[in-house]
Design a protein around this ligand. Structure first.
Ligand SMILES: *[C@@H]1O[C@H](CO)[C@@H](O)[C@H](O)[C@H]1NC(C)=O
Ligand SMILES: *[C@@H]1O[C@H](CO)[C@@H](O)[C@H](O)[C@H]1NC(C)=O
Ligand SMILES: *[C@@H]1O[C@H](CO)[C@@H](O)[C@H](O)[C@H]1NC(C)=O
Ligand SMILES: *[C@@H]1O[C@H](CO)[C@@H](O)[C@H](O)[C@H]1NC(C)=O
Ligand SMILES: *[C@@H]1O[C@H](CO)[C@@H](O)[C@H](O)[C@H]1NC(C)=O
Ligand SMILES: *[C@@H]1O[C@H](CO)[C@@H](O)[C@H](O)[C@H]1NC(C)=O
Ligand SMILES: *[C@@H]1O[C@H](CO)[C@@H](O)[C@H](O)[C@H]1NC(C)=O
Length: 368
């Protein structure tokens, strides 16, 4: 029987068949698979399906933009060549903290899935970083040492990413699982709304999930940054430096500052059912992040923090901060901050709580 002869089969078989499918072959013999990947995305950019089911060695920038209603089945491996001299200048510049990316993908209604892997081939970058000891912001993006992000999804709406692995990222990872040696953020969310991250296991070396500012193309002094309406639920963090944290740069007076000086707010953020195991700073609000104390004192952060709730944050601290398990220090008064059901034990002694400039310590019950 022809598969389209019943209604059920029609929806199933013909629906799938109707999609233009672009399966990317692997060139092999040391050739660059980048051009074929870019071409497939271009050909299948409208209501298409791009299938990446092989091993691909990518030596040129992946710029897959203008996608509309596209399925991306990544069941193979996309591995970037470990070529610092080549990738540093050719990776795509992202403005935010001068970061760059190997692959910039954008469009509307995109579904990325397939259980495949994006391999940043990071070891060569980690080694170079370790030997140069270059510690500038976001991995010292320069034309000679850019440390690209494996995949960046930007300027997009309605994108679902699931079941993908990213390994060995030279820098932050925008969707990640398991990175080795020396890597950075797990999820970075920037200028986005209505993002849901579920069922994510992150093993890394910097932020696990980082909500970066919304700001448009520049995050320099004078800009407005907002992080609002966020719920973080049912998270367990083990052996980490920080647990539930809000960090804000100080109020740098330098008009070219890329680390503070803007205005904005953090509002309506809730952490609920948050388990910490051996974490240095289980609950932290810091408005003097990466800023000298004297600079903060002279130029306090002008970004306001309000309506932040820590509900049922429980577990153990590492003892690195001795008995302090909660440290909430606002530059100007933070309003409506609450912590309820907090039960965090330091390795020895009884838990201590530090709160400064919180509108009413009455509201932060842990601070009593
Ligand atoms: C970003 O790049 C510009 C131009 O190269 C440089 O002046 C600035 O210091 C860099 N910023 C960071 C945070 O690396
Ligand atoms: C993303 O959007 C920004 C702002 O509209 C624009 O400047 C930039 O060129 C876009 N990037 C890409 C790759 O489309
Ligand atoms: C979470 O991911 C695991 C491993 O990939 C998978 O087996 C499981 O079905 C996922 N759970 C949900 C709720 O998506
Ligand atoms: C961030 O978003 C807010 C609200 O939409 C907007 O007012 C602000 O201009 C944005 N920031 C920048 C730098 O564009
Ligand atoms: C606070 O944020 C949550 C999402 O985390 C949202 O559902 C809720 O409507 C927000 N509350 C207000 C007052 O905007
Ligand atoms: C919390 O996460 C754990 C492990 O990921 C899962 O088994 C559990 O069902 C989740 N609980 C809720 C209430 O979502
Ligand atoms: C917090 O924990 C308490 C005690 O286990 C529980 O009754 C309550 O439902 C939890 N609250 C939330 C919002 O999950």
């Amino acid at each position: 029987m022809h598969p389209c002869s019943t209604l059920v089969a029609l929806a199933f078989a013909c629906g799938a068949a109707a999609r233009l499918t672009c399966t990317v072959p692997h060139v092999g013999a040391g050739h660059d698979d980048g051009p074929a990947i870019n071409a497939a995305f271009q050909r299948c950019a409208k209501s298409g399906r791009v299938v990446l089911d092989q091993y691909y060695s990518v030596d040129s920038l992946l710029l897959t933009t203008g996608l509309d209603d596209v399925e991306v089945e990544l069941s193979g491996t996309v591995q970037y060549t470990p070529d610092i001299a080549k990738w540093s200048p050719q990776s795509y510049y992202l403005t935010y903290q001068n970061s760059t990316t190997f692959w910039f993908l954008s469009g509307n209604n995109i579904h990325i899935y397939g259980g495949g892997t994006i391999d940043g081939n990071g070891q060569v970058w980690y080694d170079a970083l370790a030997s140069s000891n270059n510690k500038a912001t976001a991995g010292a993006s320069t034309l000679s040492f850019a440390r690209p992000i494996p995949l960046t999804i930007g300027n997009s709406t309605n994108v679902v990413v699931e079941n993908l692995f990213q390994i060995a990222s030279p820098n932050w990872v925008s969707i990640t699982l398991s990175s080795l040696s020396y890597t950075h953020d797990g999820w970075d969310i920037y200028r986005s709304s209505q993002v849901t991250i579920t069922n994510s296991t992150i093993n890394n070396d910097d932020d696990c999930v980082s909500l970066k500012p919304n700001s448009t193309d520049v995050v320099y002094a004078g800009d407005t940054d907002i992080v609002a309406d966020v719920t973080v639920r049912n998270v367990t963090m083990r052996d980490a430096q920080n647990g539930a944290r809000i960090k804000v740069f100080g109020g740098s007076p330098d008009p070219d500052s890329t680390a503070g000086g803007g205005v904005g707010f953090v509002r309506n953020v809730t952490f609920v059912d948050f388990t910490v195991v051996n974490v240095d700073n289980p609950i932290v609000v810091d408005q003097c992040y990466m800023t000298a104390a004297a600079t903060c004192a002279e130029f306090p952060s002008t970004l306001t923090i309000s309506d932040v709730h820590f509900i049922n944050v429980t577990g153990t601290s590492s003892g690195k901060e001795k008995q302090v398990v909660v440290d909430i220090e606002c530059s100007a008064e933070c309003a409506d901050i609450t912590a309820t059901g907090t039960d965090i034990q330091p390795p020895s002694g009884s838990a201590e709580y530090v709160c400064a400039n919180v509108a009413s310590t009455d509201e932060v019950r842990v601070c009593f």
